[in-house]
Design a protein around this ligand. Sequence first.
Ligand code: ZN
Ligand code: ZN
Length: 269
Amino acid sequence: MNEQAPRPQVFGNRFADAVGPGDIRASYDLCSCFDYAHVQVPARQVRFHPERQDTSAPGWLHMLALIDDAAADGREVFRPLVEMSPEERRQVITLPPSVGRLTAVKHLVLYRSNLVRLPPEIGAMASLEVFEPYTSQRLHWFPYELTRCGNLKSSTVSTRLIFGNIKYRPPFPALMQGPLPPGSPDPGLWGPDSVTSCSVCGGPITEWGVRQAWLSARVATDVLPLLVNACSDACVGALPPGAEGHVRVPHSGGLGVVQPEARDAPRPR
Ligand SMILES: [Zn+2]
Ligand SMILES: [Zn+2]
């Protein structure tokens, strides 16, 4: 459940008449991170989605099984959500690390998912060419490890729903640095729910901790806000420049970051 958005959960066909087939509405939660109907100037602070994956949910278990099947048969197109019920789809808010075993998959379809984050292991999908999380309304950022998918050439991301997008320039959540807490990091504070290795060098995260950074970089078709979990300042320093038309250097997020002017947002008078 989305703890940030004080909206009731919507079950089943409750609003079926208003929005069409109830099965679609039952498959995702609402998100109010970017309230473009009431764009605020100056922008308000944004946070990461704090939800944690329920690893006992039938939808999660189904996803694990679908990944096992796809890894075993070496398929090139993976569309797990179309094989799930709407209720199951809603229960999947991230992908399991085992997605990194899908090294034969060229085309990953996550259309209209309920995802709020993706794991760094997606960077191990070495054959990935087409990445389609389109209309995943709660997916506002991506792991920097996505840049390791060297064959990626096409993406369809709902770009007005990502941090720092060129049309509205919503802010980026403020990032953390320092030692990781014991156990799993709080995804509402850190973004990811697991940090095991450096996004840049792949080395271990030492007791010194993590240095997080945002980088807006072109990945396939789109410029995406990429979250870097680095082992050191040196690894942050080794990052490439940000994409043209975006903040050109890695930054730590928060309202202090000055972005280029929004293309469509209203301006203060
Ligand atoms: Zn959101
Ligand atoms: Zn490193």
